[in-house]
Design a binder for this molecule. Structure first.
Ligand SMILES: *Cc1c(COP(=O)(O)O)cnc(C)c1O
Length: 498
């Protein structure tokens, strides 16, 4: 199997797509075909553990990797030393027709771990396959969750290093503590005096700077990125859609071939896109419900067929979905455009120049036969946390609650009672103060720091606090670098010991 760029160019192997991240023409790598998974294969998944399920799905895409290599990578990524729940991505039943797929049992308590535990291993293998002898130096700008997940994934992976930039005053206390206490001998964390956009712009400039590439090259390193447009992050996410279906079969909630909906809290469109890829591979998916917070650019897109970034950016209590440009949507657009890279280029140009583009009536109708979009504001998100806890004794984090609320609206509007899986992307303890406000009222969280809020949440709900949160308070701070926003290159070189 080879990989094309959504903008028309390139034909590369899987390992090259992983190593490069973005195609040279600015497009995203997409598989040349979608390999089919038969019903028989899906029923075989029922008896396998998660790592084995991952190997079975990933080997269909990673053709220039041996099965032994993939298996070693998935065993390492999804072992019990990494994921607290031996099922890795357990499925919990909420009611007659609704389940929750929990993707937050990894080291950083958010779904980013599902991909970022595996990507570094695929990256190291890809480097070897392509004769890359230099160390692969990963640079990441983070608004919170991705940074820590990347650090934990790349920590001590031979042949790689990971450098994360975060906005000095732009992340939560827990997120900051998670990052600056990271261990390992190849991890670097740098605070930027600026906001997330400054950090992100700075990293993009580093990637396009020839002199910086030379400096880094002189130290025996080559740059790469671990952001969510890398196919190596997308592929591991396809696995849990199959895994959830296999678990539904196993529990006899459905019969082979029965359609299932997935309802996904969405930001960059990576998670839900993997569900669409699973559908293209033969998984019986009926509808993919795209849940957004007040930053509802995708809701509007699914309602009108027009993508427009002419809107205000809101900070919400589901910060990992605070986003205006959903990069991975380009991969769906590519299929909607019948794989016409030229058309994608036109749309992306319009987006850049005018802030919007329209896909046209016919393509829009095709898209909404697969997807439905809903959005939820903070007030309804808090109410949803309370409703699910009181009604179903299930504690949701704010991102998951956005999806929970979207599903209610979808069902009210369509009457569709297809069994539905809500994809849960974070532990409630990652956002303890807001979850506490949701279940017990705003006054209960007032004046509490993240640790006190976690303790109060545990006391009130009986849902055990993950070890990672408890331990965080006592871990030593290992990273203290701070830099001006126009001095990021020098800061990286300092970290690299130049
Ligand atoms: C990243 C993230 C999301 C959004 O996922 P996308 O793949 O960007 O759509 C949702 N919830 C949490 C907790 C996240 O960290």
């Amino acid at each position: 199997m080879s990989f094309f760029s959504t903008r028309g160019g390139s034909c590369v192997t899987a390992s090259q797509a992983v190593l490069r991240g973005l195609a040279p023409d600015g497009g995203l790598y997409v598989p040349s075909i979608f390999p089919m998974v038969s019903n028989r294969k899906i029923s075989e998944l029922m008896e396998m553990d998660y790592a084995r399920r991952a190997t079975e799905i990933l080997k269909l895409f990673l053709e220039d990797f041996s099965i032994a290599e993939i298996d070693e990578a998935t065993r390492g990524a999804y072992g019990t030393d990494r994921f607290r729940d031996p099922a890795v991505a357990p499925l919990k039943r909420l009611n007659e027709s609704t389940w929750v797929l929990e993707l937050f049992h990894g080291p950083t308590l958010a779904f980013k771990d599902m991909a970022l535990q595996l990507l570094p291993r695929l990256m190291a293998l890809s480097a070897r396959k392509n004769g890359e002898e230099r160390e692969v130096a990963i640079l990441v700008a983070t608004s919170g969750d991705t940074g820590k997940a990347a650090l934990e994934g790349f920590r001590d992976v031979p042949g790689t290093s990971c450098t994360v930039f975060y906005p000095l005053d732009g992340v939560s206390d827990v997120q900051k503590l998670q990052m600056v206490t990271t261990g390992g001998n190849n991890t670097h964390v740098i605070a930027v005096k600026g906001n997330f956009d400054d950090a992100q712009t700075g990293v993009k400039e580093l990637f396009s700077s020839e002199s910086f590439a030379e400096d880094v090259g002189g130290l025996g390193k080559t740059l790469s990125s671990a952001n969510s447009i890398n196919f190596g992050r997308l592929a591991p996410q396809i696995v849990y859609y199959f895994s959830a279906y296999a678990d539904l079969l196993r529990s006899r909630a459905i019969l082979m071939g029965d359609p299932v909906n997935f309802c996904v809290p969405t930001g960059n469109f990576g998670d839900i896109l993997a569900g669409y890829y699973a559908r293209n591979m033969g998984l019986p998916v009926n509808r993919l419900i795209c849940a957004s917070n007040r930053n509802n650019v995708l809701t509007d897109f699914f309602r009108k067929g027009v993508y427009s970034t002419h809107r205000t950016f809101f900070k919400t209590i589901s910060p990992s979905m605070d986003i205006l440009v959903s990069s991975n949507l380009e991969r769906l657009l590519y299929e909607a455009a019948d794989r016409d890279g030229e058309l994608i280029r036109v749309w992306m140009d319009q987006l850049k120049k005018c802030g919007s583009f329209s896909v046209g009536e016919q393509r829009w109708e095709w898209i909404i036969s697969l997807f439905a979009g809903y959005c939820t504001d903070d007030k309804d998100t808090l109410a949803e946390i309370r409703n699910r806890f009181e009604g179903e004794q299930y504690l949701m984090d704010p991102h998951t609650a956005v999806a929970g609320h979207a599903l209610r609206e979808y069902r009210d509007e369509t009457g569709d009672d297809t069994p539905t899986v809500i994809v849960s992307t974070a532990s409630p303890y990652k956002f303890a103060a807001d979850v506490l406000r949701g279940i017990a009222g705003p006054e209960t969280a007032e004046g509490l720091d993240a640790f006190a809020a976690s303790e109060e949440l545990e006391r009130r709900t009986g849902v055990p606090m993950p070890e990672q949160v408890r331990k965080l308070r006592d871990l030593p701070v290992r990273h203290t670098a701070v830099c001006e926003k126009d001095a990021m290159a020098a800061a990286v070189l300092r970290e690299f010991g130049k």
